[in-house]
Design a protein around this ligand. Structure first.
Ligand code: ACO
Length: 427
């Protein structure tokens, strides 16, 4: 028999099993708590709650470790490709050469979107935020691929995963093209996943687009670093939406909506805007002081993380990549100097040390994306593109899990107790 946790509540004892994962903290299985005690647990923000079992991603926030299917993120970022990481997350193992080729071919051959989908874009104002467009257009995919909405068929689940991974770059590039008034470009099957996305984004029909291998490699690395991140807010949103049996396109649209928030995926846009606002390293102390002031809602964007109480390992990879990309592209951006100096000052300040606030993935990604030529409004779109791999992998894992139930949290009710209705004339 494994370890049990004993609880006494209302004079009644009850016991709860302790479950152990492969690595990481044990969890106390409280599924029978309400039945045994009549009480719920209270955990706003789910800071102490494991909502599911998962074999995809492991994070040790204190040690700054991130593993996908057991492989460390820095090894994947340095030696793998986004297609390979997508295969790994979806299927559980690194692909053999032939498997990777077959997978890449499948993804490549699903990159086109239904021609009618293009008319959706015209319904948005030109100045619409591309994330607003993404929420709508990705949700609309379910109207075009009704066969993929049969979530009980494992084959259809995998087909919808392939469709989503394949079509996201096309949809994202179209959102960008629409915002700048340029024609949409069709995908090209002779290009890599990332190369194809860059061409659809920055190419024009009037001339050939030359893919810069430095930019292609940096973009691919950014996609790898954003592919999955355990049960974060948007992934939990996808799982919660999917727990009711909703189709995968609707679930991913829900994930995109959640990701948009500045406390989550929107932070990369906010981080670069903040660095630009600071402008020069001499103004950093002013902003550090504001971040520390309890009466000022300002926070250092790109700093702090719910799980990492150490350097976000993705930020380590990106800090190095930012220097490499800017050097190779011959760009000198004062924003990078400001970022480095802000990091240096914050990491020596007792406020940030005591609260264990370190740069997160969003701190340096914006500097690289801006150097590549993306406007800030596209940053979260790129995040959504990459995270689609994690979202669909987690969604498939959830649907296949025999312990899966519809997500239905309870509450601590603080409203009025029952009272009688008073007619309008008597109020
Ligand atoms: N700047 C200044 N102070 C901060 C910051 C920050 N960026 N982040 C946290 N703190 C302080 C809080 O004020 C709080 O102080 P207190 O204990 O005196 O009240 C303490 O550190 C703990 O912060 P919480 O907000 O309670 O921690 P939580 O885990 O809920 O928040 C979050 C994590 C939302 C990421 C937060 O650090 C934040 O807002 N960061 C800036 C936004 C950002 O970069 N988000 C990207 C996250 S990564 C991603 O989504 C890919």
């Amino acid at each position: 028999m494994g370890e049990k946790v004993k609880l006494e509540f209302g004079g009644k004892p009850s016991e709860y099993p302790v479950l152990s994962g492969t690595v990481g903290p044990d969890v106390i299985d409280i599924r029978k708590l309400y039945g045994a005690t009549g009480a719920f647990t209270y955990d706003p923000g789910f800071t102490s709650t494991a909502s599911c079992q998962s074999a995809l991603t492991y994070i040790d926030g204190d040690a700054g470790v991130l593993l996908h299917r057991g492989y460390p993120i820095d090894q994947l970022a340095e030696r793998s490709s986004f297609m390979e990481v997508a295969y790994l997350l979806l299927n559980g193992e690194l692909p053999a050469k032939a498997n990777l080729e077959a997978f890449s071919r499948t993804i490549t051959r699903h990159t086109m979107v239904h021609e009618q989908l293009a008319s959706f874009y015209a319904g948005f104002r030109r100045d619409a935020h591309p994330m607003a467009i993404m929420c709508g257009v990705v949700g609309a995919l379910s109207a075009f691929y009704p066969d993929s909405t049969d979530i009980n068929d494992p084959k259809q689940r995998m087909i919808s995963a392939h469709r989503l991974i394949a079509k996201m770059p096309t949809i994202a590039a179209m959102a960008y093209k629409y915002s700048i008034g340029q024609p949409f470009l069709y995908p090209r099957n002779d290009l890599s996943y990332t190369g194809n996305f860059l061409r659809m984004t920055f190419g024009v029909p009037a001339e050939e687009y030359e893919i810069d291998p430095v930019v292609e490699a940096a973009m691919d690395k950014i996609f790898i670093l954003h592919a999955d991140h355990e049960q974060n807010a948007s992934t939990s949103t996808v799982r919660l939406a999917g727990s009711s049996g909703a189709n995968p396109f609707a679930c991913i649209a829900a994930g995109i909506a959640c990701l948009w928030g500045p406390a989550h995926g929107g932070a990369n846009e906010a981080a670069l805007n903040m660095l630009r606002e600071i402008g020069t390293p001499d103004r950093i102390p002013e902003y550090i002081a504001r971040a520390k002031n309890k009466d000022d809602p300002f926070r250092l964007m790109g700093f702090g993380h719910r799980v990492y109480k150490n350097y976000d390992p993705r930020a380590t990879v990106l800090a190095k990549a930012a220097t490499e990309v800017l050097d190779k592209l011959g760009i000198s951006d004062p924003v990078l100097d400001t970022a480095r100096e802000l990091e240096r000052i914050a990491l020596t300040d007792p406020y940030f040390i005591d609260k264990k606030l370190y740069p997160n993935v969003d701190f340096y990604s914006g500097v690289i994306l801006s150097a590549i030529g993306f406007p800030t409004t596209m940053f979260t779109v790129l995040f959504a593109l990459a995270r689609t791999v994690g979202w669909v992998s987690q969604w498939i894992e959830m649907i296949s899990d025999p312990e899966q139930k519809i997500g239905r949290p309870r509450q601590l009710y603080m409203g009025p107790a029952q009272r009688d209705y008073i007619d309008l004339a008597n109020r």
